[in-house]
Structure formats: structure tokens, C-alpha cells
Design a protein around this ligand. Sequence first.
Ligand SMILES: [Zn+2]
Length: 294
Amino acid sequence: MSCIGRFAPSPTGPLHFGSLLAALASYLDMRSRNGEWLLRIEDLDPPREQPGAVDSILHTLDAFGLHWDGPVIYQSTRLKCYQDALEQLLDQGTAYRCSCSRKQLRTRGVTGLYDGHCRRHPPSASASCAVRVIHPQAEQQFHDRIQGFRTYDWQNDRGDFVVFRRDGLFAYQLAVVVDDAAAGVTDIVRGSDLIDETPHQIALQTLLGYSTPQYAHIPVITNPAGQKLSKQNLAPAIDPGQRQQLLLRALSLLGQKPPADLATASRDELLSWAITHWNITAVPGTLSLCEPET
Ligand SMILES: [Zn+2]
């Protein structure tokens, strides 16, 4: 069976080293198995997007030799598909409309788990509403290829979760699940900052009748202050001019052991070695170290 992976950045800024690591791991995992590697731009939240970020991301991936298959998929063009999935969930009775504002939640003392108010008292048809999915009864377990077995307690820890926001935006969870299923994605390799989103995505796959891909969450690098490198805390953009050094460093951090004679290799020689020798079982579960030299 052929495998399909993907890299799915949000256009909130240029790629930083942490996203390069995720892109590279996902790319190598597919190319080492002759799989396809897709690129999806997660542009569902316009206020958070930065002009020019898409071009910058595409240019950087290209400069690092991480060439994707097929056209770039833009989530902003797929709203109809998300709407169809949302209606399926509502029609099945596995989701319900919720009109609770933050203020109402606060007044009722709801700080973490949603209290199910709108499930018992459906809001009027005209109210502006979010849509929540009724959480599964059983614990959610899955096996991650890097992080091992994970177990989540819906009842006490997660509750009914939002798939459509009151402000009219589709939630990340729903869009990702619909897109991965539509593209036939079999393998998701991404940063471990997203691992706690996985149970919601598996629950949605089950409710929507999709198959569940394999998951692998690579470690997130933290800076000396213990914050993860992200566009939000202004991790430096990566410099394609230093791509060989950055690729070597990324491979080492991913637990791969490029031989010393690759120190002067070209980008394509490095990638070719990495595809041949990719070993996901060598990727460490956590990475706490100082900022990469960019
Ligand atoms: Zn509500």
C-alpha cells in the first residue's frame, strides 16, 4: 500500500527551525518509503496571517530541497467541505450548537471542561452559535511512533470540544481531519506541541467514518528560557543560505547520524543520504537544548 504524508504550516510568519525539523522528518518518512508528500497551507484564521508568509514558506522549502507532490492545498478554498462535515456531525446527533459566550461560561464558573449546558438547553435557531462535538465515552488511546502509547480521559480532562467557532471560523481540529481524509493521508509526522490535539482528531475521524492515520510527534525544541521555538515568540527565520549546516543540524537533532564526510556534502547529497538512512525509531521523544545557530 502506498503512503501519503503532508506538511501543513500556518502562514503566520516565515518558517523557523522547529518547523523545518517537522517538515524534514515528515518528508524523509515519506520519501524513504516511496510515499507522496503533500503541502497544505492552513490559512483559516486571516487575522493571524502575515502578508508574504506563504511565498516565504514555499521558497524556503524549495531552497532546502523539500519538494512536495501535486498542487499546494489551501484550506481557505475548502470551506464547503468543512461545512459538509459539520452538517454530518449535526445530522448524526454527534454534535450540537452552543451559544455560550465567554462571559456566560465565566458566570457559571466554567473554566475548563464545558458543562454541557447547550446540550440540555438547545439555543434558539437565530442565536449565533459554536458547534461542539459530544465527547466519546471511553478513554482515547493511540500509539505514537515516537512518543509511544498515550491515553486521554475525555470525561475528566477534555469534555465536549468546539469544531466551529462562534466567530464563524472552522476549528483547526475539523479542518485538519477533513483535509487529511480527502487527501488520503496515511502518516502524520508533526511537532509534539500538537500531540494533545490528536485524540480530538481521532474522535472526529471515527464520527465522520474516516480511517485514522499513523501518528508520529517529533520533539519540540525549546530555547534557553524553556519556551518552544515558534513564530509567536519570534524564533529567528531560517536562512536558506546556510541550508547544508541547518540540514546537518536538523538530522542530528532527529537522532540520525550523518557521517563526518557529509560535512561538505551538497544539499541533494545530504537529502539522499537521509532518505536512505531514515530511522524514525532513533528520533528522541524530547529535546531541551539551546537555540540553534541560525
Ligand atoms: Zn453552550
